[in-house]
Design a protein around this ligand. Structure first.
Ligand SMILES: [Zn+2]
Length: 258
């Protein structure tokens, strides 16, 4: 690769897509792992097509749920376009898992032996524009004193390294459990759902970026939502979960903002 060239060609999609227009609804919705595109310059990263369709490349179903939630909540949404195999937009670029050389048990040959310039190009082309857009919207809202909760939509694989996961969905948090715990209680009241409380993951400064940086540093309430991928693999499931999470987010927001 020529040193001064950018990662994305002018005709390739930008690093993120937005839905709706910036407004004063209480929610900003983000989706760090919405897309699974690879920049043309990176080819396939040495990963087969079938592997590039798996959860290691993106959060299956998450973009569709985020899109429906944005419509239902009249919320502005910012969705990442490129695969997390290129660079994980929910990791600090300073941690080793930012550009993974192995994901679950799949080798990513195109991520091995990258030069500092290769890494910088991915940060500048994909990671930075996405997070700058989120920061700009939160700055705008702060300047207008618009009450704001950040909602990050993710999905998780039902089986990880051979172990089945019992949860239908989970809420993740670290320093600020307000909105997450309110949603957990509401989801449990729906009946018949197994809801993870900081499961299947927990938020940390090492394993996450979006919530610690954009919500916790600003003192904003947030919900990091994880939904099991098999439940939102088709449109019917996406609609059920988007309706449920939108309805309950409204109620949870009232308890937090009261
Ligand atoms: Zn995710």
């Amino acid at each position: 690769m020529i040193e001064n060239e950018t990662l994305l060609a002018p005709d390739e999609p930008p690093a993120y897509a937005t839905l709706g227009a910036p407004n004063d609804a209480p929610f900003l919705i983000v989706c760090d792992h919405a897309g699974r595109l690879l920049p043309r310059r990176l080819g396939t990263l040495g990963v087969s097509e079938s592997e590039r369709q798996r959860h290691i490349a993106w959060d299956i179903g998450a973009a569709a749920v985020a899109t429906r939630m944005a419509q239902s909540l009249s919320a502005f949404a910012i969705l990442q376009t490129y695969s997390r195999l290129v660079i994980d937009c929910n990791r600090s670029p300073t941690v080793p898992t930012s550009i993974a050389t192995v994901s679950e048990d799949t080798q990513i040959p195109g991520n091995r032996d990258l030069s500092p310039a290769d890494v910088t190009r991915r940060v500048e082309a994909i990671f930075r524009p996405y997070h700058d857009r989120i920061a700009a919207e939160l700055d705008r809202r702060a300047s207008l004193a618009i009450p704001t909760a950040l909602i990050a939509v993710h999905s998780f694989t039902p089986v990880y390294r051979g172990v089945s996961r019992p949860w239908h969905a989970g809420l993740l948090y670290n320093r600020d459990p307000r909105l997450g715990r309110a949603l957990i209680r509401l989801l449990q009241q729906e009946g018949g759902l197994v809801i993870g409380d900081n499961e299947p993951y927990a938020v940390s400064d090492e394993s996450d970026y979006t919530i610690p940086v954009h919500a916790e540093r600003r003192g904003l309430p947030y919900a990091e939502i994880e939904i099991r991928q098999d439940l939102i693999a088709d449109e019917a499931g996406q609609e059920v979960w988007a309706e449920r999470m939108s309805r309950l987010s409204r109620i949870a927001w009232r308890t937090v903002s009261a």
